[in-house]
Design a protein around this ligand. Structure first.
Ligand code: Z5A
Length: 213
């Protein structure tokens, strides 16, 4: 049996990742499962949620970074089992967010190489769609959580570029990142672009091997 595909929708804040991962789940039907990171209901996820929503709850930046990575490890066996059973797994944010947001803080020593270490060994997505825009801060709900500050989001955007460049390195063997500019596009237009890339990927990629960070 061919394994399921690991499909990641990554991107800047408020670019419509949750909207589009939900629509993609509907399209793929019962043969798919959606997992959103941070997964806020697990023991570690509850701590992350508290950190993001309560500005008085302070944690060292290094500890926060390790919590986000640990949250992915909490779900890693479930993801692998689903893929091996033939189900497609859709991810809403994953490792690239972890590295981009933490390194954008500019904390001494927390560079890209430091940030990637706790992610090593996680399964790599087969296909990553990265949503970018210049207009996300105008969208509803921006500003509710800790990182939703325009200046910080600009730094995150630069870091995502650096992260993807780092993964162009042949050692990482990741060549499945597609960048979609979603600014001023309707939900339906973005959904059509996503479906075109995902359906094409599923139709043409049948490898059974996993790649790992
Ligand atoms: N973070 C981290 O630091 N390290 C990590 O390892 C991970 C995450 C995994 C919470 O993430 C924070 O955690 C996040 C990164 C950090 N901080 N920031 N900033 P989250 O994924 O839980 O955040 P969220 O608040 O649930 O998602 P989001 O990024 O803010 O939004 P979104 O999922 O991209 O967008 P949406 O909810 O689908 O849409 C936003 C609004 O726009 C909504 O009103 C939609 O109806 C509207 N929308 C959607 N599409 C469109 C289009 N095409 N046109 C117009 N309006 C639209």
């Amino acid at each position: 049996m061919t394994r399921g595909r690991l499909i990641l929708i990554e991107g800047l804040d408020r670019t419509g990742k949750t909207t589009q991962t939900n629509l993609l789940l509907e399209k793929l039907g019962p043969n798919a499962q959606l997992i959103k990171f941070p997964e806020r209901t697990t023991p570690i996820g509850k701590l992350i949620d508290k950190y993001l929503t309560e500005r008085s709850f302070e944690l060292a930046d290094q500890a926060v970074h390790l919590l986000f990575a640990a949250n992915r490890w909490e779900l890693s066996h479930q993801i692998e089992a689903l893929l091996r059973s033939g189900k497609h797994v859709i991810l809403d944010r994953y490792v690239y967010s972890g590295v981009a947001y933490s390194s954008a803080k500019g904390v001494r020593g927390m560079d890209l190489q430091w940030c990637i270490q706790p992610e090593k060994g996680l399964i790599k997505p087969d296909l990553t769609l990265f949503f970018t825009t210049d207009t996300a801060a105008e969208r509803q709900g921006f500003g509710d959580e800790r990182y939703e500050v325009e200046e910080f989001q600009k730094k995150v955007k630069v870091k995502f570029n650096d992260v993807f460049k780092m993964f162009e390195n042949p050692d990482y063997r990741v060549n499945h990142i597609k960048i979609l500019d979603v600014g001023n596009k309707t939900v339906e237009d973005v959904a059509a672009a996503v479906w075109s890339l995902v359906s094409d990927h599923i139709a043409t990629n049948k490898s059974t091997d996993f790649m790992y960070f």
